[in-house]
Design a protein around this ligand. Structure first.
Ligand code: DX5
Ligand code: ZN
Length: 226
């Protein structure tokens, strides 16, 4: 198991995204998490394909692209072409989730599925063998800086159990309210990829914040239960 830190640029200064990414990478970021929102699936509008394409020119780690959009199927090719390494789609908007995941993989990308806090783990049951990553939302998607929903800890354990039962070692990612306090708890529950926006970019030193988050998260490995 590999602990990975994925800084979310949603909390960065959009006039200086290159600087934000360089700072995160200096601190040892493993991925850069990009929050794409369309004002339909979530009550906010953020960034789209052209920004991902620009980010791709400066980033040295994989781009982890979280699609909070109502009709992701329409944009998979474009985000792939723009340079995404992983495309994460929300189970709530996809009646043909198996088809969508299969298509993302056919593009040569990693296929991730995200679950909102109110979406039950059973939504993954039939596709547990077809995912490369599961994103457990620990806030309602749409905004950075929200409070971690504690129920997410039990949900991470349940998702890990479901993936293990399917023989799938795909990592669990957790997104929303992750900081030095919540990181060890989610890692102890089985999360391997930690997304953090405010805890990294709303600090004076984002590089140090990445290192500190990793140190805190690593403490959670010691108390992990099978
Ligand atoms: C929320 C986004 C998150 C967000 C996390 O809808 O999916 O990635 O940037 O922000 P923090 O870490 O501030 O909760
Ligand atoms: Zn996200």
């Amino acid at each position: 198991m590999t602990l990975r830190i994925a800084p979310s640029i949603l909390a960065a200064d959009f006039t200086a995204l290159g600087d934000a990414i360089r700072a995160a990478e200096r601190g040892g970021a493993d991925l850069i998490h990009v929050d794409v929102m369309d004002g339909h699936f979530v009550p906010n509008i953020t960034i789209g394909v052209p920004v991902v394409r620009s980010l791709k020119r400066v980033v040295t780690v994989p781009l982890d692209v979280h699609l909070m959009i109502a009709d992701p199927d329409r944009f998979l090719d474009a985000f792939a072409e723009a340079g995404a390494a992983t495309l994460i789609v929300h189970a709530e908007v996809l009646p043909h989730l198996h088809r969508t995941l299969t298509y993302i993989r056919s593009l040569g990308l990693r296929a991730g599925v995200a679950l909102n806090p109110s979406t039950p783990v059973v939504a993954l049951e039939e596709i547990a063998g077809n995912v490369d990553q599961v994103l457990v939302m620990s806030v309602n998607p749409g905004f950075g800086g929200q409070t971690f929903i504690r129920r997410s800890i039990a949900k991470i354990r349940a998702v890990r159990g479901l993936l293990d039962a399917a023989g799938n070692a795909a990592p669990i990612e957790v997104d929303g309210g992750i900081d030095r306090d919540t990181a060890p708890e989610v890692v102890a529950a089985g999360a391997e990829i930690l997304v953090a926006g405010s805890a990294i970019f709303r600090t004076a030193d984002p590089s140090a914040a990445v290192r500190e988050l990793r140190a805190a998260a690593t403490a959670g490995l010691g108390v992990r239960r099978p």
